[in-house]
Design a protein around this ligand. Structure first.
Ligand SMILES: [Zn+2]
Length: 307
């Protein structure tokens, strides 16, 4: 496989994990100052070999990769953490306090993913391994880390999940937004909110958007996928309006008593219609945030909220 990575600044390399052979689905961001390296996002266990090979190909000896930051514990962001630590025990894994127990013991993560993917878990995400507690670093809101020649600042940003941080690179002003900044494909002016169950929360997500927008980052780096410079305000607005509009659609359907299939069809129509004006590959968005996830996340949120 051809490895794909991009030097987005002097110190940051974006690695394309080529998830399931597809370009531009899951990114990992590598920070390196010549002495030490850090990653934001490990990607899933499935792509760990691509990750390791790409780090090396980017000119970083694996011995100096010491810090693994994950924006949150969903398997496409953190699934490789335990696999890496087992092989390279000097690595430390930085995670939200709500997520830390699930990296130490991923059995619940695996069970809940298995509910969706059944015995395809192996080929969909690969199996995460536990991160020993001595390798875990619990990260709180506002914490700063001097690693790989820069300072990374953590922002507790719930909404997509309760265990979510965005990381600001204080040197470049780039913000790694995980999933709270939505899904956006390179060169496309369209931001999709990934709204999976069970922790989707529209109020806290809106507050997280407001907080991150106020940082006036020089560019946004969503894990799905890439670096977007110079239009952060537009990006946050596009994400927020779609997050709310899709929420209204599913709320309407819930109040009408529609079943899951009907909601799925309605959402599909909506998304296809939105894409008619945009020349982009809808499939890339679907791999990163499927209709099923979007609909079931909203449905659960509203059923809980409306009672
Ligand atoms: Zn996620």
């Amino acid at each position: 496989m051809t490895l794909v990575f991009d030097h987005i600044t002097k110190q940051i390399t974006q690695i394309d994990l080529q998830y399931q052979g597809r370009r531009q689905v899951i990114a990992s961001y590598l920070f390196f100052d010549g002495n030490e390296a850090a990653l934001i996002e490990t990607g899933p266990a499935l792509t760990v070999e691509t990750l390791i090979a790409s780090v090396r190909a980017a000119g970083v000896p694996i011995e100096i990769l010491r810090h693994l930051f994950v924006t949150h514990i969903h398997l496409d962001h953190s699934g490789a953490a335990g696999v890496l630590v087992q092989r390279f025990p000097w690595m430390r894994v930085y995670v939200h306090p709500v997520g830390a127990p699930h990296l130490a013991d991923p059995s619940r993560l695996v069970t809940s993913a298995a509910r969706l993917y059944g015995d395809r878990m192996d080929t969909v995400w690969g199996l995460p391994l536990p991160v020993p507690s001595e390798n875990l670093v619990v990260v709180n809101d506002g914490d700063e880390f001097q690693v790989a020649g820069t300072t990374l600042r953590a922002f507790d940003t719930p909404g997509h999940a309760r265990h979510h941080h965005a990381y600001l690179d204080t040197t470049s002003g780039l913000l790694c937004t995980g999933d709270v900044g939505g899904v956006r494909m390179p060169n496309v002016c369209y931001v999709r909110p990934p709204t999976p169950p069970p922790e989707l929360d529209l109020e806290t997500w809106k507050a997280s958007i407001a907080r991150l927008r106020a940082l006036k980052a020089t560019g946004l780096c969503p894990t799905h996928f890439g670096v977007f410079r110079g239009d952060a305000d537009w990006h946050w607005s596009d994400l927020e309006q779609r997050l709310i509009r899709w929420g209204e659609i599913i709320r309407e359907e819930i109040q009408k008593g529609s079943d899951d299939q009907a909601m799925l069809r309605r959402m599909e129509q909506q998304i296809v219609a939105e894409f008619e004006t945009i020349s982009a590959d809808l499939k890339a968005y679907d791999v990163a945030a499927s209709y099923e996830h979007i609909v079931s996340g909203y449905a659960r949120y509203w059923r809980k909220k409306l009672g």
